[in-house]
Design a protein around this ligand. Structure first.
Ligand code: THU
Length: 163
């Protein structure tokens, strides 16, 4: 039997570098911008670029539920993806809770697919910081760990072979 195994770290915000603490704080601030009248679950995400720029986003829901956008994809939609663009080094995601929850949030499947596309496009790993409102963090060095057996552009390249 083959197995997938991957490393992850369980830590606290205050134990991380200043740069990553700042990245997480920006995701926390972004929760203020959430439009979540249906779920009342306010999510914020922040994207750290190699030059230190931080892009942020929050979830944006819709009465037609599937039209809603998660915070991670809202943040990534600000990313400039051309040849001279800055690479994404890390993404942090968190949520608001009055009860001071300790369960780090985990990106949904669509966001995992979206993050992985960016990682594959830039050919360098994106670290993921999954955070809770009370400062717990689960951290991965590589977004690929979030999506084993992923679908990617390599399959679409094959389609020309079938013509
Ligand atoms: N949501 C996010 O924005 N990011 C996640 O990682 C998980 C879920 C949003 C989508 C929806 O607006 C709300 O949280 C409840 O699912």
């Amino acid at each position: 039997m083959k197995k997938f195994q991957f490393p992850f770290k369980q830590t606290q915000k205050i134990k991380l570098s200043d740069a990553i603490q700042n990245l997480i704080s920006r995701a926390e601030e972004a929760t203020e911008k959430a439009y979540a009248p249906y779920s009342h679950f306010r999510v914020g995400a922040s994207v750290l670029l190699e030059d230190g720029t931080i892009l942020t986003g929050a979830n944006h829901e819709n009465a037609a539920y599937p039209a809603g956008v998660c915070a991670e994809r809202a943040a990534l939609s600000n990313l400039d993806m051309n040849e001279t663009s800055k690479k994404v080094k890390a993404i942090a995601v968190t949520y608001r809770s009055h009860e001071g929850h300790g369960k780090p949030i985990s990106p949904c499947g669509i966001c995992r697919q979206t993050i992985l596309e960016v990682q594959q496009w830039q050919s360098s790993p994106i670290a993921i910081y999954m955070c809770s409102p009370n400062g717990q963090v689960v951290m991965l060095d590589d977004a690929g760990f979030l999506l084993p057996f992923s679908f990617g552009s390599e399959y679409l390249d094959l389609s020309s072979e079938n013509e």
